[in-house]
Design a protein around this ligand. Structure first.
Ligand SMILES: [Zn+2]
Length: 673
């Protein structure tokens, strides 16, 4: 590992005990035998546009998506370490289909020691030891009562039948839900916190407890035009696919606790002191971090509003979000700073022992969010909270959980990464459970550029978008394709490469070398704009990029995203021909299955140097190519990709003449412009 913080920084997050039992390496999936240029360059077979998704990669004129609006009331039981809640969901059917049932996610059922996820990835005492105790207990499933209209009796609440299938639940509707119809659902549930740290959990530290609560209420599954109900089980590795909507959430906790959550606090007068409200107002317009509740105020009754009640209810609302998460503790230090001119408040919540490192956390959030806002799209939410607890690194709308307490680079790296998820998948809402690269990979690509902003002199400029670790994985013989679901990753390293690093390396390549930042950046911004708060598929991304870049990139998507093909460019020899003056013939070969443009550095016989760039299309004819270099100068030596831009898995054949073993190559590495 080149960086001590690499594992944590890349996590987002790996369940405890997952992949503990790694399968024996299987052979890498190679290109089909005899695959020639046709197989590599032929048009990628993407789904035929239907009008719902346009051929340009934009949402089509007939695009639709469902909507789920939640009202939730929940109580944290600190004695029993459990959460109990009720929710009313308003589900809007914007599809052209009548729905006879509705699917919801019950992620807490993962922690049951009989769950599929436990059997596939866990079998670890930390993962689920309490058996059926650690799962959602449904208290109520039904349609709400309808209030009496004048002269008519009230319609009583109607219980609905349902069936639980692992982490999914199907509710059967009494009447089909027609297109444009709305369905009200009421659910009551409870679950205990397990002894786990899978994206959420409980930590006892500094004499008190931090609760990080996520994936905690029955959540509407996505019904879309691509596969109808998306009912993939939650096995622990893949993340989520959720509908957009609004949240109105009331959280009842002991009076002496502070709460951080998705959304805007609606009742600060009831749950904060006058001093804290004034400090928050000051933080919004401050470039400096403002302490809202300091370390020295913890335990001081004056740091909580006067009340005779043992509990207080914190009320939050949020709009245009896919999810809601929160955290609570008695001993949070809390600080805040204004971001993007005060339109957003970045806040950090941490236990006292996380100082002094965490005093920087709000500034880290500010740096990352302001950079992404300027570079790609404006941060869309009023709040950005970072909570330090048991979870290594996990993102939810407007709130992230970051674990690092040990080093500044590691804390910035994970903070930057988790807030980067605001763009993917909080704004651009892809199906993470199937296509982890569409959030982790895009985010890692963005992180590649933001890490050096804070630590330009780091010994390791960035941990994301690193060709060397990808090449190592490719050469291991165990590489898995980027398009593979997270739950199919055989090893931690495959997961790290296929979901995070390899897509980031590919996008850096596409931006800096296959196209250019001037061409790429507006097109990537347009992809975000087109799909903000919508549900793009991989095909929508591929089409959208080609549409704006003006390129058929089938060869790139196919080889980089769909296969484990490798890049290996070679120079075989150089010869001279004199028929029409001196011409040097440079004989090149595409020794791997993956095509790429070729960057050549030539050293001529008079000592001068030349750079030659060959387009990727040369490999569309055959796997060999002869580059003609007109005289009168003759080519003395050749280096392919002298700057190491491309992830060539075997660089021993990149130079001619071949350098003697152990000797420095005689070929030049001219500076590029
Ligand atoms: Zn992530």
């Amino acid at each position: 590992m080149r960086l001590s913080y690499l594992p944590l920084a890349l996590l987002c997050s790996l369940p405890a005990g997952s992949l503990a039992a790694q399968a024996a390496p299987a052979p890498a999936r190679a290109a089909p035998p005899g695959a020639g240029p046709e197989a590599v360059f032929g048009r990628l077979d993407l789904p035929t546009p239907t009008g719902i998704r346009a051929g340009s990669g934009a949402p089509g004129a007939g695009y639709w998506q469902q909507r789920a609006d939640y009202v939730i009331r929940a109580t944290l039981d600190t004695a029993g370490r459990s959460v109990r809640g009720e929710e009313r969901i308003t589900y809007t059917n914007n599809s052209p289909d009548s729905l006879r049932y509705i699917w919801l996610q019950l992620d807490q059922n993962l922690f049951n020691s009989e769950s599929r996820g436990f059997r596939v990835f866990g079998q670890d005492p930390r993962f689920g030891t309490k058996g059926a105790e650690v799962s959602v207990r449904l208290l109520k499933v039904g349609e709400p009562a309808v209030a009496a209209a004048r002269g008519k009796p009230a319609v009583p609440a109607a219980p609905l039948t349902y069936v639980v299938n692992g982490t999914m639940m199907r509710i059967d509707l009494a009447r089909p839900l027609p297109p444009k119809g709305k369905q009200l659902l009421e659910l009551g549930w409870s679950f205990p916190f397990g002894a786990n740290s899978n994206r959420m959990g409980v930590e006892d530290i500094d004499g008190s407890t931090i609760y990080e609560v996520a994936q905690w209420y029955p959540r509407l599954a996505v019904y879309d035009d691509v596969q109808g109900w998306n009912t993939e089980q939650y096995l622990g590795q893949g993340e989520f696919y959720l509908e957009y909507g609004s949240f109105d959430v009331s959280l009842t906790v002991p009076t002496d606790m502070l709460v951080a959550a998705t959304g805007t606090l609606q009742n600060p007068d009831e749950v904060l002191t006058a001093a804290q409200r004034a400090r928050l107002a000051r933080a919004r317009t401050s470039g400096e971090t403002v302490v809202i509740r300091g370390k020295d105020e913890i335990g001081d009754p004056a740091s909580r509003p006067p009340t005779q009640y043992p509990t207080l209810t914190w009320h939050f609302t949020a709009d245009s979000v896919r999810d809601f998460a929160w955290a609570a503790a008695r001993h949070f230090v809390w600080d805040a700073v204004g971001v993007n001119g005060g339109t957003t408040l970045a806040m950090s919540f941490y236990p006292p022992s996380a100082e002094p490192l965490w005093k920087e956390a709000s500034q880290y959030a500010k740096t990352a969010i302001e950079y992404y806002s300027k570079q790609w799209a404006t941060y869309p939410y009023p709040v950005a909270s970072n909570v330090n607890g048991i979870e290594g690194g996990m993102e939810y709308p407007m709130i992230v959980f970051c674990r690092n307490r040990t080093d500044a680079e590691g804390l910035y790296s994970v903070t930057d990464h988790e807030f980067g998820h605001t763009w993917f998948p909080m704004m651009v809402g892809s199906n993470e459970r199937l296509y982890g690269w569409m959030d982790e990979g895009f985010n890692s690509f963005m992180n590649h550029y933001s890490f050096p902003l804070k630590f330009p002199n780091s010994a390791q400029p960035t941990a994301r978008g690193v060709p060397e670790t990808y090449i190592k994985n490719a050469l291991s013989g165990d590489e898995e394709a980027i398009m593979s679901p997270a739950d199919r990753m055989r090893t931690n390293e495959n997961w790290r490469q296929a979901l995070y690093n390899k897509p980031a390396v590919g996008l850096v390549l596409l931006r800096e070398h296959i196209t250019s930042p001037e061409r790429f950046d507006p097109v990537f911004r347009e992809y975000i704009r087109r799909w903000a708060f919508k549900h793009p598929t991989p095909a929508d991304f591929f089409r959208s990029m080609e549409d704006g870049l003006g390129e058929d990139l089938s060869w790139f998507w196919r080889s980089w995203f769909y296969t484990t093909d490798r890049l290996d460019q070679a120079v075989d020899s150089v010869a001279l021909s004199d028929s029409s003056g001196v011409i040097s013939r440079v004989y090149l070969r595409n020794a791997g299955q993956m095509p790429m443009p070729v960057e050549l550095a030539l050293l001529m016989d008079d000592g001068s140097t030349q750079r030659v760039r060959l387009p990727v299309e040369i490999w569309g004819l055959r796997n060999t190519y002869t580059a003609l270099i007109p005289g009168p100068k003759k080519v003395n030596s050749v280096a392919i990709d002298p700057d190491g831009w491309y992830p060539d898995v075997d660089r021993s054949n990149n130079r001619w003449p071949v350098a003697p073993a152990g000797a420095a190559a005689a070929t030049p590495t001219p500076k590029t412009n």
